[in-house]
Design a protein around this ligand. Structure first.
Ligand code: BTN
Length: 285
């Protein structure tokens, strides 16, 4: 029954249309003996949404969905994520860590560090991380991460986690919608040449598989790496919570990935992702 459900979800997607050069065999050829399974589609509404459905009916850890384009890409805080074909990488990976949700507070940070590794391995430059989970180069956004957890209703423990990542690869500045052009960048713009999406996808899978194996083993070491990549630390930021805006200096990252800040009133506080949007005082960074 479960197998049939997964087949049904798979056939609702569109594996046979044009993928603009994305190619399952090429991706696989970079993966060596990595046991994860990558399913490539030309178009889906959202790889996160589809993988969540598959997780609920029993797909195994290590299932990865990649789409050339998304018609309903989702971002953090209920925002949409523009996902045109031929230029971006839209990837979701399913993991099933055996733990309580409180042990996964650092998950998004771990994914962000893994994605810095993936971009560096694929393209030779290392992005920074704007807290909590935007990949940035200079003062522009290269990519974003949306992690979603499902709990077992009986035990309250983690049933699945969906790690959704979107990275701008092949865009020129003009390709970005005018609404985001000033704050978006692609790997191609950084490199000054074409950026191989198949290679990046393979590196993302390899670094996520490695991250999954060490996730519950060495969170402190990972957070040390996160602090080094995080460009928000030491900067003045605006913290937007609903209609309220407060200015603060970003001081540190706590053990759960929260941002420790000193407000301009002098008060020290911690902000957690999911509840706030953090912006630089004079723009996106
Ligand atoms: C953000 O920047 O707010 C997060 C963006 C996350 C986008 C990725 S693309 C693959 C996966 N599928 C989605 O619908 N969202 C994530």
């Amino acid at each position: 029954m479960m197998g049939m459900d997964i087949d049904k979800i798979m056939t609702q997607m569109s594996p046979r249309l044009d993928t603009h050069g994305l190619d399952s065999r090429t991706i696989r050829s970079h993966l060596g003996d990595c046991p994860w399974r990558v399913y490539l589609f030309s178009e889906v509404d959202s790889t996160n949404t589809r993988l969540k459905e598959m997780a609920k009916v029993g797909s195994p850890a290590g299932t990865v969905l990649v789409a050339d384009r998304q018609t309903g890409g989702r971002g953090r805080l209920g925002r949409s994520f523009l996902s045109p074909g031929g230029v971006g990488v839209y990837l979701s990976a399913l993991i099933r860590p055996d733990c309580a949700p409180t042990e996964l507070m650092h998950l998004t940070c771990a994914v962000a560090v893994a994605m810095c590794d993936a971009v560096e391995n694929a393209f030779g430059f290392r992005p920074g991380i704007k807290w909590t989970n935007d990949l940035v180069v200079g003062n522009k956004k290269l990519g974003g991460i949306l992690t979603e957890l499902g709990l077992d209703p009986k035990t309250g423990r983690v049933d699945y986690a969906i790690l959704g990542i979107g990275i701008n690869c092949g865009q020129t500045a003009e390709d970005f919608d005018e609404s985001i052009r000033d704050m978006a960048i692609s790997a191609r713009m950084v490199l000054g040449r074409d950026a191989d999406r198949n290679r990046l996808i393979a590196e993302m899978v390899l670094t996520l598989e490695r991250m999954d194996r060490t996730l519950l083993v060495s969170p402190d070491a990972m957070l040390g790496r996160y602090r080094r990549d995080c460009i928000t630390l030491g900067k003045w930021v605006s913290i937007l919570r609903g209609d309220e805006v407060r200015h603060a200096l970003a001081l540190d990252i706590d053990a759960e990935g929260g941002l420790i800040v000193r407000y301009d009133s002098g008060e020290i506080g911690t902000v957690t992702s999911g509840e706030v949007s953090v912006r630089g005082l004079y723009g996106y960074i």
